[in-house]
Design a binder for this molecule. Structure first.
Ligand code: COA
Length: 170
């Protein structure tokens, strides 16, 4: 796989998901059986990485609007916000790379694309952070590698403030 030839686009009928294998049966099942329905019902927006003209999916992520309880945020961050009970965030619900494409920068490419897309949309539909749910310790380590912080109340839920995303990508 050459990363330069990879494009990331909204999941559509043309994308071949049959062979996708991330090592997580739940993530594979989601992509194959649930992702299109979620998109149609507008509960998640799935994006896939492909290397045209081959339409086989090499990786994917999903984005949705979500909220965080203010009490779950660390004090230093909560202090800078109005005292609302909940604050808007963008949830990256899932992220996975096919095992054949691992270790070549595609996970980073997908994550940065998701952050860039989240930042671009936050100007019009506010979100003060991007939040992820790590399915295990390895996934949490991947997100920490990119500056995500664990929520104290729930260490498998991690976030990065949108201000920091803007600085990192700016
Ligand atoms: C996590 C995952 C997306 C990484 O994809 P990948 O394409 O292999 O990752 P990349 O090649 O882009 O790696 C980018 C960087 O992250 C680092 N990295 C990758 N996996 C890591 C991990 N588990 N912990 C810490 N760092 C990790 C790499 O060392 C690399 O760092 P470097 O650029 O400083 O050398 C992939 O392993 C995967 O799909 N795992 C199964 C599903 C999963 O756990 N998803 C996470 C959400 S629940």
């Amino acid at each position: 796989m050459i990363l330069a030839g990879v494009v990331i686009e909204q999941l559509g009928r043309q994308h071949d998901r049959k062979a996708f294998q991330s090592g997580s049966a739940a993530l594979d099942r989601y992509l194959k059986q649930q992702a299109r329905q979620d998109a149609e019902r507008r509960v998640a927006a799935p994006f896939v990485a492909v290397c045209p003209p081959d339409a086989g999916v090499l990786g994917f992520y999903t984005l949705s609007a979500s909220v965080l309880a203010m009490e779950d945020l660390p004090e230093d961050l909560a202090r800078r916000l109005p005292r609302y009970p909940k604050v808007p965030v963008t949830l990256m619900g899932r992220l996975a790379v096919d095992q054949s494409a691992r270790g070549q920068g595609l996970g980073e490419h997908l994550l940065l694309d998701a952050l860039r897309r989240s930042l671009a949309h936050a100007d019009q539909i506010a979100a003060m952070a991007v939040v992820v749910d790590a399915k295990d310790d390895a996934a949490a380590a991947f997100y920490r590698h990119y500056g995500f912080f664990s929520l104290q109340a729930n260490p498998s839920r991690l976030y990065v403030p949108m201000d920091l995303v803007a600085q990192l990508l700016g």
